[in-house]
Design a protein around this ligand. Structure first.
Ligand SMILES: Cc1ncc(COP(=O)(O)O)c(C=O)c1O
Length: 368
């Protein structure tokens, strides 16, 4: 029996090992661990990659969202519209900015926020929209940008799962006031620890975010804002600079793997991921949908295959969100898919023979 992990971080590390160890050693020899040449260079290189003027390295994707919201002026009493089908951090960032999350149901094909349902949730208190580019595919940005313009709302993109994903030929992270990325180690661009980055074309937002990530520091001994301790460190930045050079190559491998899954799983009573016309999906996750999800997981486990669920419970029904007053049935598309989604093994180095094995095991499940 094979043993197929859900992600294989070592397979990504070994080909770059010498380069990464040298970069780590250079940082340690310099003992410049505080925001320094690697953080600054990564910010320039990442901004150039995404296509924005500025990027600001921070401590995590969650803090990228929180700092971006604060830099947009989001505060107590404000409402921020987002999707309930996301990692919990999106809602947490809204809460910690002092605002209230307002959840809008998702599109049944892409599992991203449904733009047609946004308008009815806008009130006098709405200040921002956070579209989340789930699994590596961008939300439908054109209608979202139009709604935001018409209602004078900020857009803060949650691109934590979507480094290099494109909408209409443009990288996500440049469609709104700010784009927020996570460098959590399993992401398409992962550090070997925690990290995140904010992209923006707005010089004021970039400057404010730089202050907020570093205790509101405006100059030595002076603090003009109440900020956070959320600096990206030099070691992570040095590693990320190397991995960023390979991001497109990794994303293309992920796309090839997705295509193989698509072909090998076709004809089964499963819903495969739908790449929308004009989108470049970067398959942070390859998520199928099936009624017998929990039995299929058991079968895959027996076959030595690890899988995942992203995510099992919708955010609006989490206990922590009780104060917002949502109940089961309020956001039916999200609630329906949470019981049916299943993430298959996905990482750039996943071998064709392993993909074939995963698909064979799934076929076998449907014959049983
Ligand atoms: C959609 C989404 N938003 C936010 C985050 C938070 O990022 P981090 O773990 O770097 O804080 C994640 C990370 O899992 C995520 O997937």
């Amino acid at each position: 029996m094979k043993n197929i992990p859900f992600v294989d971080l070592k397979a990504g590390y070994y080909p770059l090992k010498d380069e990464i160890l040298e970069a780590i050693s250079d940082v340690l020899e310099s003992m410049q661990l505080y925001i320094g040449p690697n953080v600054t260079a990564l910010e320039d290189e990442f901004a150039a990659y995404i296509g924005t003027k500025y990027a600001v390295g921070v401590g995590s994707g969650t803090e990228a969202l929180l700092i971006a919201l604060a830099a947009c002026g989001i505060k107590k009493g404000d409402e921020v519209i987002t999707t309930p089908h996301t990692f919990f951090a999106t809602a947490e960032a809204i809460y910690h900015a002092g605002a209230t999350p307002v959840f809008v149901d998702i599109d049944p094909d892409t599992y991203n926020i449904n733009p047609r349902l946004i308008k009815e949730k806008i009130t006098n208190n709405t200040r921002a929209i956070i579209p989340v580019h789930m699994y590596g595919q961008t939300a439908d940005m054109m209608p979202i940008v139009e709604i935001a313009k018409a209602h004078n709302l900020h857009i803060v993109e949650d691109a934590c799962q979507a480094h290099g994903a494109q909408y209409d030929g443009k990288n996500c992270g440049q469609f709104g006031a700010a784009g927020c990325f996570s460098f959590y180690y399993t992401k398409n661009l992962g550090a070997y620890g925690e990290g995140g980055i904010i992209t923006t074309n707005d010089v004021f937002l970039a400057d404010t975010a730089r202050k907020l990530r570093n205790h509101g520091h405006s100059s030595k001994f002076e603090h003009s804002l109440m900020g956070h301790n959320s600096r990206l460190d030099e070691l992570q930045a040095a590693i990320l600079r190397i991995r960023l050079r390979h991001l497109d190559e990794y994303n293309n491998l992920r796309r090839k793997i997705a295509k193989m899954y698509d072909e090998m799983l076709s004809g089964l009573p499963l819903r495969l991921p739908a790449e929308k016309l004009g989108n470049k999906h970067v398959y942070h996750l390859y998520v199928i949908r099936c009624k017998e999800r929990d039995e299929l997981i058991k079968h895959l486990t027996q076959c030595g295959i690890s899988s995942g669920i992203h995510y099992k419970n919708p955010v609006h029904l989490q206990e922590a969100c009780k104060p917002y007053g949502y109940k089961a049935g309020d956001l039916p598309v999200t609630e329906a898919i949470c019981g049916e989604i299943l993430s298959l093994p996905m990482y750039p180095e996943l071998a064709k023979s392993d993909i074939a094995y995963v698909c064979e095991c799934i076929r076998e499940f449907y014959k049983m």
